[in-house]
Design a protein around this ligand. Structure first.
Ligand code: C2E
Ligand code: CA
Ligand code: CA
Ligand code: CA
Length: 280
């Protein structure tokens, strides 16, 4: 009947409306998150494989939502991209990572390079070179202590422009890493042309290594040896087990990151770890 029909429609509308209003609420909250100081950075150590020393750190953003608690980046970064907020959020992350790193150095803690993740659209639309220059100038951090992590998807952009932008950044003394290497589209000939310093082997390849089946190690081996033959430093991410560590040592991987050594830590905990000077 008509009544039933409209009831059902209303019901469906109501459900959609809830999803929508929940989403819009989340979007509006995200638009204000930077200004309200709800974003924070956690830091995860990068460990030198040969010495076990901490040689760098990656800044990873978290959103402390006033009512929903901590929201992980895989939830809100894609949303930020969609609603055009990745620019301001990315700029905040860049500045905050530089500011924090400089502050730790001023406090006399061992100097480390901080790696900041850049989304492709930040690279595409913002003037990233100017943004980085300003962040360094305003915080007083020297360029040698900043690294930028970009994904392979950068390569499908205008290659000449990408190369010249990366070169400008490198000329300033900033290091460039390709993140999640092996997962995206990447033409090997482009890879050779890109001015980059290191490749981060994606966690999915490291995860396959159990120490039991040689076949599982095939891809990880190939990706590492490709990076080495391109004369790039190799960083393995997502190292969780002794077996993975052992395998990566045998492959002469340069650096590692993962829960085996440390999870990403809040500022205070990271500072304590850094101050302790202990090997990981
Ligand atoms: P990513 O850049 O590949 O960062 C590594 C992710 O792996 C982090 O997740 C980290 O916490 C996690 N991880 C590290 N070691 C291990 C391990 O041993 N095991 C497992 N299972 N996971 C490990 P997180 O912090 O949730 O970040 C997820 C992604 O969100 C990042 O992946 C990056 O793509 C993005 N992201 C994080 N912060 C930012 C940012 O400031 N800007 C942009 N554009 N993206 C960011
Ligand atoms: Ca990264
Ligand atoms: Ca990664
Ligand atoms: Ca990843």
């Amino acid at each position: 009947s008509h009544a039933k029909e409209s009831g059902r429609n209303r019901c469906r509308f109501y459900t959609d409306d809830m999803d929508n209003s929940g989403r819009i609420e989340m979007e509006n909250a995200l638009r204000k998150a930077v200004d309200r100081g709800e974003l924070i950075l956690h830091y995860q150590p990068k460990v030198d494989l040969a010495t076990g020393k901490m040689v760098g750190m990656e800044a990873l953003v978290r959103w402390e939502h006033p009512t929903k608690g901590q929201i992980p980046p895989y939830v809100f970064i894609p949303l930020a991209e969609e609603i055009g907020m990745i620019g301001p959020i990315g700029e905040w992350v860049l500045r905050e990572a530089c500011r924090q790193n400089k502050q730790w150095q001023d406090q006399g803690l061992p100097a480390l390079c901080v790696a900041v993740n850049l989304s492709v659209s930040q690279f595409q639309y913002g003037n990233i070179v100017e943004q980085v220059k300003a962040a360094l100038a305003d915080t007083g951090l020297d360029a040698e202590w900043l690294e930028l992590e970009i994904t392979e998807s950068i390569i499908i952009q205008d290659t000449e422009k990408v190369i010249s932008t990366l070169r400008d950044l490198q000329m300033m003394g900033i290091r460039i890493a390709i993140d999640d290497f092996g997962t995206g589209y990447s033409s090997l000939s482009y890879l050779k042309k890109l001015p980059i310093d290191s490749l981060k082997i994606d966690r999915s390849f490291v995860k396959d290594i159990t120490g039991e089946l040689e076949e599982e190690e095939t891809i990880a081996k190939a990706v590492i040896s490709l990076a080495q033959s391109l004369k790039l430093r190799v960083v393995a991410e997502g190292v969780e087990t002794e077996a993975q560590l052992h395998f990566l040592m045998c492959q002469n991987c340069d650096m590692m990151q993962g829960y085996y050594f440390s999870r990403p830590l809040p500022v205070e905990e990271f500072a304590q770890l850094l101050a302790s000077g202990r090997d990981l």
